[in-house]
Design a binder for this molecule. Sequence first.
Ligand code: UDP
Ligand code: MG
Length: 155
Amino acid sequence: MEQTLIIFKPDSLNRGLVGEILHRFERKGLKLVAMKMIYLDDDILGSHYFHLKDKAFFPVLKRFMSSAPSLVAVLEGVNAVEVVRFLVGSTKGYEADAGTIRGDYSISSQCNVVHASDSKVNANIEIYRFFKEDEIFSYDKIDLDFIYSEDEIEK
Ligand code: UDP
Ligand code: MG
């Protein structure tokens, strides 16, 4: 099944929002298959946010993202990349729709509580940027038969 990377950014740890946000992903039916706490250093942020390196806010973004630990995690499910981006909402907290994670928990263009991979190609790159193969778990989750139809589980 499809996998995607999420990051609980330093603001979600400092604000005590990790449990609530993770709960939303779990309630949706997404399966947690990897998770760890790390400090994102300059090197990893340079790769992860390479597409933003020329933006004026890039140094501020790097300072924010390394100001406290982050939790990186892999979620699995049918169309996981698209589903998770949909739950997370648009980038700027003050524009994100109510009901989305960013819309409900953030009001900043930077401190927007979570990162989520934006395409299948990037999800694959991002997952292996943070995790080794043996840190991603394969296990039978007992509720899967009721989250998906019989033919969806095969995917
Ligand atoms: N960001 C920022 N200022 C902006 C736009 C983005 O500080 O004007 C930060 C914000 O934390 C965002 C991250 O840069 O989540 C990555 O930006 P991207 O455009 O990739 O948005 P995302 O994929 O996170 O929605
Ligand atoms: Mg992005």
